[in-house]
Design a binder for this molecule. Structure first.
Ligand code: 13P
Ligand code: SF4
Length: 300
């Protein structure tokens, strides 16, 4: 492992490359990364970094967003089939039909979506700015929110806006937790606060003390000692690793995203060595998708 890490370090220097990792990646990958973060933080970083190569340890829509925002860098996704099942729950064609059913509405797409869907949307959002994005839309407008019904309905409740949400969801957050898990954990850890990701079902979100993105959870863990967390377990493993003295409890060990677990250290080495897999977004669609991402970034 040490030898692989040395090779990665040398290749990074030789090729002027940076490694970005989402908070759900395995500890080994997060330790290897130059930058870690939630979807918004990584999108902003990839836009700003001056580098020739970005190795994106996450899932496909994140690498595509980086490629759209930074056309000067070659963006590599180390494992080609690291995708997001939620992003694939609505196609560009389905969104066009959804819009035709609700003329005059404003379309907000979660960044966990395909490039085609971003290109058909008015404004993008992430879990850390969804409420702010809804609040930026004129009050007389109906809002179509795709693809995540859970984030859409939570942000609608928080903002008081009328939202028609697409029926998509993240399998990890949807099926990973139950109300019984909360009852059990609250009994075992009565002095811990419950933090939930807004991709969780309302059954979980409505019982949480705080609802936040993974970046928000990382900031919370920096300042607090006791918490139960409802999100993908990779982030909880990493938090426990960096704060071994704190009591950081996973609401359920079932919440694992198989796609986020596909990238291993050897894949990062292969990616750097062979410059694979280069994520290319066709120019015309990239320009349209960029508009919806840029509108979000202007607010952030
Ligand atoms: P954030 O890290 O932006 O909270 O998103 C979570 C997620 O599901 C990424 O796939
Ligand atoms: Fe997609 Fe859920 Fe995995 Fe995030 S955790 S990449 S939303 S399937």
């Amino acid at each position: 492992m040490k030898e692989i890490r040395e090779q990665i370090k040398a290749l990074k220097q030789e090729k002027n490359a940076l490694i970005l990792a989402h908070n759900y990646q395995d500890i080994e990958i997060q330790e290897l990364a130059d930058y870690r973060g939630d979807s918004l933080q990584l999108a902003m970083l990839s836009k700003d970094v001056k580098t020739d190569l970005i190795v994106f340890c996450g899932v496909r829509f994140m690498a595509e967003t980086a490629a759209i925002l930074n056309p000067n860098a070659r963006v590599l996704l180390p494992v080609l089939d690291a995708g997001c099942p939620m992003a694939d729950m609505i196609s560009g064609e389905q969104l066009r039909e959804f819009k035709a059913e609700h003329p005059g509405s404003v379309v907000v797409c979660y960044v966990n979506s395909t490039v085609e869907v971003k290109a058909e949307s008015d404004i993008c959002c992430t879990s850390s700015n969804a409420v702010q994005v809804l609040n930026s839309i004129p009050e007389d407008k109906t809002i179509l929110f795709v693809p995540d019904r859970n984030l859409g309905s939570w942000a609608a409740r928080e903002s008081g806006r009328k939202v028609i949400a697409w029926n998509g969801y993240c399998p990890t957050h949807q099926w990973g937790f139950s109300a019984a898990d909360i009852t059990n954990m609250r009994q075992q850890y009565p002095d811990h606060k419950l933090l939930a990701h807004p991709e969780c079902d309302p059954i979980i979100v409505d019982r949480a003390d705080f609802v936040m993105s993974t970046g928000g959870m990382i900031r919370y863990a920096k300042e607090h000692d006791k918490m139960i967390i409802a999100t993908e377990n990779g982030m909880i493993d990493y938090l426990k690793h960096i704060y071994p003295q704190k009591s950081i409890i996973s609401l359920s060990p079932k919440a694992v995203c198989q796609n986020m677990k596909k990238t291993h250290v050897q894949d990062v080495l292969n990616a750097l060595r062979e410059e694979k897999y280069h994520i290319v977004v066709a120019e015309e669609i990239a320009a349209r998708a960029k508009k919806s991402i840029d509108r979000m970034l202007e607010l952030s």
